[in-house]
Design a binder for this molecule. Structure first.
Ligand code: BES
Ligand code: MN
Ligand code: ZN
Length: 498
């Protein structure tokens, strides 16, 4: 879908979108169109339950007095509550209402709204961003789609005062959408085609945007002593990889910030094998890595003025003749030894080495890791929030606020010594599961904390939010890319040179 901006002008063909506020209050463009159509909009509103609230809309077909195909009236709710989120959600709603109706072009009239402090050019850019985010489709393996089942909408045009400003604002958002789309692509790929080596090659494509990308082979990781990560991958015929991405958008001496992702391209559970029902979901057990790669794409695409490191640990967790056994003891790069009591608690083993490596090599200001780490986080939070675990209040507060800003919400859980002790072990420095039934997401986080030293660190457990069973305002069903927009916002808000 192409997105275009223009200054206000008459629309004489295709589909027109106008807005209304709470109490059925028509925008100036809606009023003008109402007049032109002999009052069709007011009559249609009267004949319906449309109140002008958010997420409400109303369609008027082939309105008299015009050559238009249809008019869509979209509710924006209370004028004073209109913010980027409301505008993005309206954009998503416009896309859903009009992408499949048969018209190839839609024009949205974005007016100044009495009592709103959002400028029309900003609102137009956010509406476009919301529509763009909602328009994502993963259909590359559908070879028999009929033309009628594909979206008909080709161009979304936004008319507003100062459209040049809207175009500039949207150009930045579009780079973020590029990152989001890359993450969704990676998370959606099937696990026979996306495995550590092919995922690493996808990350390598970021070189084109000026990202420095290194791929560490198994031999290299062995030399570095990454026994925890390599143990997880040893049962697979696919070789493990680690990818190190660097975006240097600030001065050389500027200490970097770092993002680290769990990239289990398929998690069978290994010898502690999972039940077969729903196991196909474990193709998206590389969701954390997918977010880190998409985030690097967004940051490089919009040329963020910050030094950012992205590290992803890529393995396939398979049973097999050479697979890790329950009871194996591995030595991590940090020197700490781990008794692997459950081969299905593998994400923490991968991250143990990825976090230590990142901390040791880059001495970052902070590290944020993302991982589809525990089923327990879905029991606790469902699909509404990701779990946040951190050794640093300031970083936690910033992440939480950014989550609210972009509607990727996170909820903090406690960490403490009593939870940590449940990982103590007779045979090695620690075991990889607590063995108890409670607090599974917290004990997993405590495990990670043993590998981050004193560096400010946050862990986002995204197991419940990486894949959407149903669509929401700006996220279609499927891979969500939850975390890309959140962390882009963190970088933009707190770590970029102005
Ligand atoms: N990848 C899973 C966690 C997961 C579950 C992600 C469901 C998405 C949806 C992880 O590797 C895992 O298997 N965790 C175990 C840990 C347990 C063995 C301590 C779990 O949550 O059951
Ligand atoms: Mn597992
Ligand atoms: Zn896993």
């Amino acid at each position: 879908m192409k997105i275009a901006f223009a200054n206000p002008g008459d629309v004489n063909a295709g589909v027109v979108v106008v807005t209304a506020g709470e109490g059925r209050k028509l925008s100036p463009s809606a009023k003008a169109l109402d007049k032109k159509t002999g009052g069709a909009i007011t009559r249609a509103i009267k004949a319906s339950r449309f109140k002008g609230n958010v997420q409400q809309s109303l369609t008027i077909m082939v309105p008299g007095g015009t050559k238009l195909d249809r008019i869509l009236v979209v509710g924006l709710g209370k004028a004073k509550d209109i913010d980027p989120k409301v505008a993005q959600n309206a954009g998503g709603q416009i896309y859903v209402s009009l992408s499949n109706v048969g018209s190839s072009s839609v024009t949205v009239c974005v007016d100044a709204i009495d009592g709103s402090n959002m400028k029309p050019s900003d609102a137009a850019a956010e509406i476009a961003f919301g529509a763009k985010l909602r328009s994502y489709r993963f259909d590359k393996y559908r070879t028999k789609d009929k033309p009628d089942s594909k979206p008909s909408l080709k161009t979304l045009k936004l008319q507003c005062a100062n459209s040049a400003k809207a175009r500039i604002a949207y150009a930045r958002s579009e780079k973020i959408a590029d990152g989001v789309f890359m993450t969704r692509d990676l998370v959606s790929e099937p696990p026979n085609l996306l495995y550590p080596d092919t995922l690493a090659k996808r990350a390598k494509e970021l070189t084109k945007l000026g990202v420095k990308v290194e791929i560490l082979s198994e031999a290299h990781m062995k030399r570095l002593g990454m026994g925890a990560l390599l143990g997880v991958g040893q049962g697979s015929v696919r070789e493990s990889r680690m990818v190190v991405m660097q975006w240097n958008g600030a001065a050389k001496k500027d200490q970097p910030i770092a993002f680290v992702g769990k990239g289990v391209t398929f998690d069978t559970g290994g010898i502690s094998i999972k039940p077969s029902a729903g196991m196909e979901d474990m193709k998206w057990d590389m969701g954390g890595a997918g977010v880190v790669i998409g985030l690097m794409k967004a940051l490089a695409g919009r040329k963020a003025k910050a030094n950012v490191v992205g590290v992803v640990g890529l393995v396939e967790n398979m049973p097999g003749g050479n697979a890790q056994r329950p009871g194996d003891i591995v030595t991590s790069m940090s020197g700490q030894t781990i008794e692997v009591l459950n081969t299905d608690a593998e994400g923490r083993l991968v991250l143990a080495d990825a976090l230590h490596y990142t901390n040791d090599r880059f001495k970052p200001k902070f590290m944020v890791n993302l991982a589809t780490l525990t089923g327990a986080i879905i029991i606790a939070l469902g699909n509404e929030h990701a779990g946040l675990f951190s050794n640093n209040d300031r970083l936690s507060e910033r992440l939480t606020q950014c989550g609210l800003d972009v509607d990727e919400k996170i909820w903090r859980f406690p960490l403490n010594d009593a939870y940590d002790k449940t990982l103590d072990c007779d045979a090695a420095d620690m075991k990889n599961i607590s063995g108890g039934r409670g607090a599974g997401s917290i004990t997993a986080a405590q495990f990670l904390q043993r590998f981050v030293g004193k560096t400010p660190w946050a862990h986002l457990d995204i197991a419940g939010v990486t894949w959407a069973g149903k669509a929401s305002a700006v996220v279609p069903k499927g891979g969500t890319a939850f975390g890309v927009r959140l962390l882009d916002q963190l970088v933009a808000g707190y770590y970029e040179k102005k």
